[in-house]
Design a protein around this ligand. Structure first.
Ligand SMILES: Nc1nc2c(ncn2[C@@H]2O[C@H](COP(=O)(O)OP(=O)(O)OP(=O)(O)O)[C@@H](O)[C@H]2O)c(=O)[nH]1
Length: 334
């Protein structure tokens, strides 16, 4: 009341009009809904005659309440509820304000007709205006609250979606990264990945002062296999080697297809002796599937006392493989 400069004396002048308004309330409402339903968007919102009937009852009660002077918690809660309902069913503030303006005009019309020349008429009209303003502030309170809630929910949803998207992107990125490090035919690591691993493992071995073995091998006369038995047969042999490596070495060991029919095994903290026994296992498995083919294997070891770089180590392993090639059939040189 203070905010709206609404004093009890003026309010009493307005409240005296209750019998007059009660007498005219049905006409006021008939005119009000005639004006309202002439607007297409209001008509769509109201929808059907049953809703219209219920609205009329509620609006009738509201008009009478305006002149009852009991602005208690029930009155206030009713106004607050209107804001919530309007937000929920999608009545925009401009439609609500237009409706308030219409009903006010219809009430004022009755007051003017009845009290023309009465010096209290202006007080009645301005007090009515203040009461309507009071109602509007309440309705807007909950309407805005509803809007904020909607925004908060939408924001939460967007944030949840963004988080799940970030996770998915990270997952896909790591899948793609993994793909670029794998050889598509054998599904073991490719040349590029091997270079990275070798560099990392050599640095680690040097720092931890541990040894590291590098196995380098290829299939003897692979070109002849391709030429005589077909490229598909060649592919099958390469795939089998991929499987054998995958099932023979430890998880911390790294197997890779170095290119063509050449393969590499990186065995951290593994001596030449152990590396040799691993190679024997590989040969055994390979022979079981392909008794007519053979592998030439070279093994080298890096020692912390004499560190070598990646290129040099691979070169040394390749040399050893070349030595093994001089012996027909499966052969391991270290
Ligand atoms: N089937 C198949 N063949 C491949 C693939 N990549 C490379 N090759 C073939 O592998 C063969 C390798 O031949 P070479 O490097 O001469 O080796 P090799 O015939 O094993 O001769 P040695 O090493 O001296 O025993 C070539 O004919 C390549 O075309 C592949 O993905 N699939």
């Amino acid at each position: 009341m203070d905010l709206l400069y609404l004093d009890q004396k003026s309010l009493n002048i307005l409240l005296k009009q209750k019998p007059l308004i009660e007498m005219h309330v049905d006409d006021i409402l008939d005119d009000f809904y005639k004006i309202q339903t002439a607007l297409d968007e209001v008509n769509i919102l109201i929808g059907d005659s049953e809703t219209l009937r219920r609205l009329k009852i509620a609006q009738r009660q509201y008009v009478i309440e305006l002149f009852a002077g009991e602005f208690d918690s029930t009155y206030i809660n009713n106004r607050l509820r209107i804001g919530l309902v309007h937000k929920r069913i999608g009545v925009e503030p401009r439609l609500y304000l237009a409706a308030i303006r219409t009903i006010k005009e219809l009430i004022v019309k009755i007051l003017v007709k009845e009290h023309k020349g009465n010096n209290e008429l202006n007080v009645m009209i301005s007090t009515l205006d203040k009461v309507f303003h009071f109602d509007i502030t309440l309705v807007f309170d909950t309407y805005i609250d509803g809007l904020i809630k909607e925004i908060t929910i939408a924001k939460d949803r967007v944030e949840t979606y963004a988080e799940s998207l970030e996770l998915k992107v990270a997952e896909r990125t790591s899948q793609l990264q993994e793909l670029t490090r794998r050889d598509p035919l054998t599904n073991i690591y490719n040349h590029r990945a091997m270079q990275d691993f070798l560099k990392r493992e050599l640095t680690l071995a040097c720092r931890k002062k541990t040894i590291l073995s590098l196995v380098y091998f290829d299939v003897d006369h692979f070109k002849t296999i391709n030429d005589k038995e077909g490229h598909l047969r060649g592919d099958e042999v390469l795939k089998s080697i991929g499987n054998i490596l995958h099932t023979t070495v430890r998880e911390t060991d790294l197997s890779c297809r170095y290119g063509g029919d050449e393969f590499c095994l990186l065995l951290p903290e593994c001596s030449l002796k152990v590396a040799e026994s691993i190679c024997e296992k590989i040969i055994k498995k390979f022979q079981k599937i392909y008794p007519d083919y053979s592998l030439s294997i070279g093994i080298v070891q890096s020692c912390p006392e004499e560190p070598v770089d990646c290129k040099k180590l691979v070169q040394l392993a390749d040399d050893k493989m070349y030595e093994a090639k001089q012996t027909p059939g499966n052969c391991v040189k270290s």
